[in-house]
Design a protein around this ligand. Structure first.
Ligand code: GTP
Length: 182
């Protein structure tokens, strides 16, 4: 379906994984040394997005916002990015122990909101978490894709937001998952 007239991207994930930094890095094209707890909602005009669709990017901060707001934002979003930090095993473990089940609880077990798993801070590690993400993609059909990036070096930052747009406008999860599961 290419009929969506705008895309709303929500970033969730454990405290300190770099959600706010990712958004500010995208906008300013440089790593912010100091970040507020939460970035203001950002709207990227259609003509500077790869898919030519106005795109809203929404940060969530458990320090500043309560769960009601998180649930409201989840219900409004077209795609949810679960951010983890590649150097923080707890944040990886929480993808399956908390975030994916939490999204299902609030959007429905069969919800159709695509999810992207985003491993931030890849500048700190020289190995990939892809092998850890692959089984998660198989178990949770809503996971559209995974990407590793760094708000610090800007690696894959514009790609991340492009994948999020693409997941809404040209979803492929069903195809990928049926191939993988056999
Ligand atoms: P909460 O507001 O607590 O939910 O945190 P957050 O997920 O928004 O993380 P935030 O952007 O505040 O970043 C947390 C810390 O990680 C800060 O000290 C950032 O400078 C650091 N950080 C963020 N991204 C990167 C990255 O790509 N590489 C490295 N090395 N540090 C990063």
């Amino acid at each position: 379906m290419t009929s969506k007239r705008e895309v709303r991207i929500l970033l969730v994930g454990d405290p300190g994984v770099g959600k706010t930094s990712l958004i500010l890095s995208l906008v300013s094209e440089e790593f912010p040394d100091e970040v507020p707890a939460k970035a203001e909602e950002i709207t990227i005009p259609a003509d500077v997005t790869p898919e030519r669709v106005p795109t809203h990017i929404v940060d969530y901060s458990s320090q500043e916002q309560d769960e009601d707001i998180l649930q409201e934002e989840m219900a409004k979003s077209n795609v949810i990015c679960i951010i983890y930090s590649v150097d923080d095993e707890d944040s990886i473990e929480r993808i399956t122990s908390f975030w994916l089940p939490y999204i299902r609880t609030h959007l429905g077990e069969e919800h159709k909101v695509p999810v992207i798993l985003v491993g931030n801070k890849c500048d700190l590690m020289d190995f990939s978490t892809e092998e850890i993400m692959r089984p998660i993609m198989n178990d949770f059909a809503e996971v559209e894709t995974c990407v590793e990036c760094s708000a610090r070096t800007l690696k894959n930052i514009s790609e991340l937001f492009y994948y999020a747009q693409k997941a809404v406008l040209h979803p492929t999860a069903a195809v990928y998952n049926s191939e993988e599961k056999e």
